[in-house]
Structures are given as structure tokens and as C-alpha cells.
Design a protein. Sequence first.
Length: 523
Amino acid sequence: MTINQSGWRPEMGGTSEGGAATFTGNRALMLEEALIFEIGSSETTGVDFAEPPKVASKLGGLERARPIGLPGLAEPEAIRHYTRLSRQNYAIDLGLFPLGSCTMKHNPRLNEKIARMPGFADVHPLQPVDTIQGALGVINELAVWLIELTGMHGVAMSPKAGAHGELCGILCIKAALEAQGQGHRKVILVPESAHGTNPATAAFAGYTVEDIPATADGRVDLAALKARLGPDVAGVMITNPNTCGLFERDMKAISDAVHAVGGYVYCDGANFNAIVGRVRPGDLGIDAMHINLHKTFSTPHGGGGPGSGPVVLSKALSPYGPLPFTERFEDGHITLVEEETVGDRHPHSFGRMTAFHGQMGMFTRALTYILSHGADGLRQVSGDAVLNANYILRSLENTLDAPFAKAGPCMHEALFSDENLPEGFSTLDIAKGLIDEGFHPMTVYFPLVVHGSMLVEPTETESKAALDQFIGALRSVAERAKAGDVSLKSAPHFAPRRRLDETLAARKPVLVWKEPELPLAAE
């Protein structure tokens, strides 16, 4: 370890350039933080305990055979450690979160307040049905809204996330085909512009996946799709709007062609935020579509989750949906149908996907969002999301390469590439430069149909002032690259840590902390 006269150390991740450095590595309130293992010692604990009396073990030979190896920290040390780490996180509550295809939008605090009401926050999945009529009412009413907004026939509420919802839809398709004696159909067609989880889900369900190419304007090649259809095709998984940020204008023709050969149409509804209140997937011939509640209906995303991915189903697939589901009787009483053999209410279900009946906290938040917006408000949501994305697209199309800008307006996200950057500069440099500007980078190198892609989704919750600041920052970084500013190659410079070798980190991750060996004393 080397320390210069000002106390700065290279491994601190800061810099000794551009002004006086500090002994601690801190920059005012930007606090340097070591690993928790480097703060405390595994030889101590944060609290002193008296030696316990010797008693006979009740662990049946499962006692720990070696020290646990965790550092002993006092309560203030532990709290400070995790609080300091939290200050190094980027979040939607700090600024615009431009991740394309992720819809990182503001979570209204009204939703959080309702979800924390004791009657909802304290509900237990094993309570008797008669004691949770309110909770079942929330699930049932949300289901009705989702069916109405999508123009579908039924909905499975239990899937826990988008990819889980995809699996639900594919299993419904599989069950329907097997019931028709069509179980020999083993091919799922997936366009190049679909989400990456689509082919993974189909393969996981036992299908062979075949790609369908995109046209020059970034949409599904309808002629290529029709040419591949045949008696071995179980269906198609298509993302609409797709990951190029474009609406699939041939969606109804695609559905008609797939149905004509006996297949089904699965739509990845992750981008429903772009069309909610304006387009009903059921009217386009969709048979199954998952809805990410975090993306369209503002429930927390990622680590703030958990996720929730209800799946709306066509009349043809509804009988094969999973259990459980809610059923409201004429007297207002709601029951939970949990068995396949209960009368004729759901005899063809492919079974359960989860232990219980979904993510109650997410249902509560999503329904609150829907009711607070109303039908007209939800229509405005999609309109504002599309407007914001097109504002970014047109503001930057003369700075960054925009491969589909001439194809007309985009939907909820704008797609750029590094095509017009000078040799030696790439998408990665632009993304790292944005970190120094105080923004989380956009989605990079996805979708794969565009080399060096940069996918930006502003969502509808950002103001024009916020968009202008982001546009200015992205334009500035791009112009630095065009001017040959080599400092971008080592950005970020102002983040708690400098640029990693991301390829090495992905291929050879260091997952276990080991105490560094002390150097031998000089002879």
C-alpha cells in the first residue's frame, strides 16, 4: 500500500488530481467506506457476553465446526457501514433512471401508504378465507382491471415476476396443445427484437427456439415468420412494443397467421406502459401476456420489490391457467379456488406456480395506482411516456446515431448506437462518462440487433427540466468523445470506485473475502 503526502491511496478509488486530496479518501460528505471485514475483527464481537454454562447439545451433530468468520462490529459501526454504502447507491428518488426496457419510474407515496395499512401489511397467506375478504377483494378487483385494460378473458395473478409470468403463459399454451392432442408441436418462434428472457423461458419449458429476423426498420419480418410456420410450431413469443422501442404494426397479421396453423401467441407485456389505455392486446389476437406491475403500475422495481407478473389469458387459454384464483359470488362473498377438482370451475388447470396466491403488497400498490389515475389518467400515462421518449430521440438524433429515427416516432424508449463515434470510443465510454455527470447509465449493448446500442427510457414521471438536464449531459459526453477526449476512456473519475475490468469481473468474480497476506519483513 502506498500513501502520498496528502494521504490519498490509489485503492480508495478517488483521485489525487484536481485539488487537495484528503487523508481519509473522503470528499466532504462523499464518505470512503472499507469492506465490513476490514472494519471489524472476526476475533471480537460487538457485544460482550458472559461465558454460557455447558449444556447438552440439541443440534444432533449439526454444530458449527469452525469459526463463522464474521467481523464483530458494535451497533454504531454496523449502522454507519450500511448507511454509508446506501449513499453510494443510485435510486429513482435521487434522479432520472434511464434504463431502457426497465421502466424505472417514480413510485407514488400514496401507494406505499395504502400498502402499509395494518389490514394489508399484516395479512397472512394461511388465514381462513373468511378473515381475508378485503385482501381477496383487492386481488379480484385488480384482476378485473387487468382484464379490462387488456381486452382479455381471464388472468392468473400468482406469478411472481415477468419471467415467471412468461413461464406461466407458455405452460398454458403447452397444456392447451396437449389437451388437443397437439403435444408434438415443439418449436417456439422468437423475433430478434424480443426480450432476452423469452427464448430462455421457452427452452426451460422444453421447447426448441428458432429466431425470426427483424426488418431494416426494426420490426418483425412478417414474411419470414409466415414462411417458418408449420405443424411443428407451438407458438410465437413476441415483445410489443419491442426492445427497439417500436410498435409492431403487423401484430394482428402475425396473430392471424399463427392461429391459422394451430399455434398460440404469447406477448411479452413488459412494455405495456407504452400502450396502456390506448391499445388492448386482446384485440390484436394475443393469447397470453404477462404484465410487470412495477413497469406499468408503479410497484417497486428490483431490490425494492418483490416482483409481480400477472398473466392475462385469452378465452382459448383461460381454462388452462394456474391455481389459485379468486371468484366473487352474487352476494359479494369472495372465495379462493385452490383445487383442480372442485366442480367444473377449473378442471384443466396445469397446477400451481407458487405456494400461495401472489404478491399482496404489490397488488395493493398497483390497484391504488390504477384507482388514483382512473381510465383517463392511465391513458395519459402512456401518452406522456411516449412523448418523453420522442423528446429525447429528437433532441439527440443529431448527436448520437439513432438507427430507427427515420422509421417514425418511437414508443416509450429511444434507441441510439455508437456508430458515429470516433475510432477508439464506444458505448461503454459514454455510459461511464454519464456516471460522472451524476446519472445511472442507460441500458447498454441491448437490444442485440443494434451494435453498440444505448436504450433510454425516461418514463412518464420525468419533467421537461429533468429531461433537458439528462439530454444536456448525454450530449456533452458524446461531444467529448467526438472531440477525442481520452479521459473518457478511464471514466468515471468522480465515483466512489473507478472503472472495473468488467469482462474479468464477470468471468472470474471474487465472491469470498480473504484476509490479505502481510508482506514479509525486509531482511
